[in-house]
Design a protein around this ligand. Structure first.
Ligand SMILES: Cc1ncc(COP(=O)(O)O)c(C=O)c1O
Length: 398
């Protein structure tokens, strides 16, 4: 059979596309912060990870321009060779200082960071323990581990007895790495970090936490999940994060003990054989970090509107997965219904994300809102009104 036969036979999305209901790959024609132009119409963006609204901040834009002026549009090579600029090392030092850890290493994307760090650390015969709701990039790291003869254990999400049962089955002296999202990207739930850290200590496992949706969002000054629970980033062994969300840029990082970060720097294929973060991205990430440190009120506003919007949707009668993060998953419960609901929200001027299996278990299909700190009251009102109207139309609320 021809290698491309599967491509020619691929028809999964055709029916939904034909009905004009495909919620994915929609084109943004203009971006004005919380409002974007799509298909010729202004819509409130409620499906972006720009949690603090910094992608439109003049200081961030100017920093990206200045970085490009000084270092060009690309580093044209890997960090290992010609791709380390003084901007990269400054970003790493500033981030390590923010997180209160010894060292930090910036990768080209968040995906590569997870895949690369996990594949570098967990060797043949060693053990990776991974939450079932972890991001695809952690799963991809696990595939490499498995292919190289390591062991991958998936435990039920945020279920500490499932994690303990898994730990019990692994020989005591075998090297173990527990990897978990701090905030789970689909459900918006926060990991039970204090319990996870206690288990890790009791069973001699190392912990790596993915702070993609927690850095700049949770904890004191946006320091993330450990801080949310009154812990320090040194209470987990490794902190991973992305620059593509609160940091209004593109790239990823791993932070922790210097000797471990240095080991990853010299040994990770994903790090050594990818072109480094582009100068503009580094400039934008540094400026965002500066603003996060200087203006904690942005994080406060995000927290406040997250609680208000959650409360607003619940009082309209919608079912949400409980949490306190700016990720608001509204359960719809069926693929086509979710697509149709999504389309009607678009008609009403709101862009949100439709999430179906395998992103969530069947029956839990949902519309996921991700909120932005820079919304004005009119944007929040518009989102609530659109949900009220469409929810009634679909008989999901009374
Ligand atoms: C939890 C989590 N980890 C890692 C990533 C990958 O980051 P990036 O998109 O910046 O490569 C994402 C992005 O969607 C994420 O949600």
């Amino acid at each position: 059979m021809d290698m491309f036969e599967k491509c020619y036979q691929f028809s999964r999305a055709n029916e939904v596309i034909a009905a004009g209901l495909l919620p994915y790959f929609r084109t943004i024609e203009e971006n004005h912060g919380p409002v974007v132009k799509m298909e010729g119409k202004d819509v409130v963006m409620a499906g972006s990870n720009d949690y603090l609204g910094l992608t439109q901040h003049p200081e961030v834009i100017e920093a990206a321009i200045q970085a490009i002026r000084a270092f060009g549009s690309s580093c044209s090579g890997s960090r290992f060779l010609n791709g380390t600029s003084i901007l990269h090392t400054q970003l790493e030092e500033e981030l390590a200082d923010f997180l209160g850890v010894e060292a930090c290493l910036a990768f080209t994307t968040g995906f590569l960071t997870n895949q690369g760090v996990i594949a570098t650390l967990v060797e043949r015969g060693e053990h990776l323990l991974s939450d079932a709701e972890n991001h695809a990039s952690i799963v991809a790291g696990g595939w490499i581990v498995r292919a190289r003869g390591g062991n991958v254990h998936r435990y039920a999400t945020n279920n500490m007895s499932a994690l303990e049962n898994t730990l019990k089955k692994i020989p005591k002296d075998a090297p173990k790495l527990i990897v978990t999202d701090g905030v789970f990207s689909m459900s918006g739930r926060i990991v039970d970090l204090p319990a996870l850290v206690r288990l890790a200590k009791a069973y001699g496992a190392r912990v790596m936490i993915d702070e993609a949706h927690a850095a700049g969002v949770l904890g004191e000054g946006g320091r993330g999940t450990p801080s949310h629970f009154g812990l320090k980033n040194t209470d987990v062994d490794l902190t991973m994060g992305t620059f593509s969300k609160s940091f209004a840029s593109l790239g990823g990082f791993i932070a922790g003990e210097r000797r471990v970060v240095d080991y990853i720097k010299f040994n990770s294929q994903a790090f050594r054989f990818s072109a480094s973060m582009a100068p503009g991205s580094v400039g934008a990430a540094r400026a965002s970090l500066r603003i996060i440190r200087r203006e904690p009120e942005r994080i406060e506003r995000l927290r406040k509107i997250s609680l208000e919007m959650r409360q607003g949707l619940k009082s309209q009668g919608f079912k949400l997965i409980e949490s306190i993060t700016p990720i608001l998953p509204v359960i719809i419960g069926d693929d086509m219904l979710t697509f149709r609901f999504w389309k009607r929200l678009m008609d009403e001027g709101v862009f949100a994300n439709a999430v179906i299996a395998p992103g969530v278990p069947s029956g839990m299909q949902l519309i996921r809102l991700s909120l932005i700190a820079t919304y004005k009251q009119e944007h929040l009102d518009k989102i609530l009104e659109a949900f009220r109207k469409v929810g009634k139309e679909f008989g999901l609320i009374g």
